[in-house]
Design a protein around this ligand. Sequence first.
Ligand SMILES: [Zn+2]
Length: 269
Amino acid sequence: MEEKMMQVRNDHPRRSQKRRRKRFPWGDIVATLLVVAICAYVFLSFGEKTPDEETPVRGTSAPTTTQAQDNALADLLAENTQPTASDIDWNLVLVNYENAIPENYEINLVEVAGGEKVDERIYDPLMEMLEAAKEGNWDQLPMVVSGYRTQAKQQKLFQDKVAKYQSEGHSKSEAEELAKQWVAVPGYSEHQAGLAVDINGATYDLYFWLQENSYKYGFIFRYPGSKTEITGVAEEVWHYRYVGVEAATEMYEKGLCLEEYLAERQGEA
Ligand SMILES: [Zn+2]
C-alpha cells in the first residue's frame, strides 16, 4: 500500500508541471482529486483491514486474558480451599476390604530409615513418634519394616500367602479366604496409600507404648482385635495408620476404629 502511494505522489508533480504551461490546471485539480480519491481509498482499505486484522488478534488474545484470569482465580480458590480439603481428605482416605485405593491415587514418597518409603506428609509426625517411642523400646529407635507398597508388591505378598496355605493342604479358594485375613487383596491395602507403617521394636512393650501414645502424633492402632468384625483384619499390633492428630485423638478417646469414626462423621455431616 505504501509503495502505491509513493508512486502516485512521484507521478503527480511531473504531470502537473507539463500541463500547467498550456491551460487552466484542470489536470492539477483532477490529479489532486485523484490523489485524494486514492488516498481515501487507501485510507478506507486500511480502515477496513485494521478491524479484520484486529478481530483475529482479539479473538485469540481476549480469551487468553479471560483464561488467565480464570486460572488465577482457580489458583486462588484452590489455595484457599486446599488446606481444608487436604486436612479432611487425604489423611482420612478409607482403604479396607470394601474400599480399594482410589484410582490414579498420587503420592509423593520419601524414604525413612531402613529404606521403606512413606507419603512425605506423614514423615515428620512418624519420625517424632518413633523418636518418642524409644522410651517404650529400651531406648532404641523402632524400625519401619513396611511402608509404602506398590500394587506389584502387594500382589506378591498376597500370592505368597495363598501359596503358603495351599501348601498346607487348603484348596485355592480356601487359601485365598485365609490369606485375606492377613494380607489385603491387592488394591485394598493401606500400605498402597503410603499412609500406613508396620513397626518392629526391640520389645513387645513398644506396642503398648504405641497404643497409648500414637494418637499424639496422628497415628492410630488400626487393627485392634476388638474391631476385627468391622475392619475385616485380625489384630495387627505392628500396623499404624496416619489420620492426623485431631482424628486420632477423637478415635483414641472414643475407642473408635477408622470405619466407625468415618461413619460417625458422615452421620454428623
Ligand atoms: Zn501393615
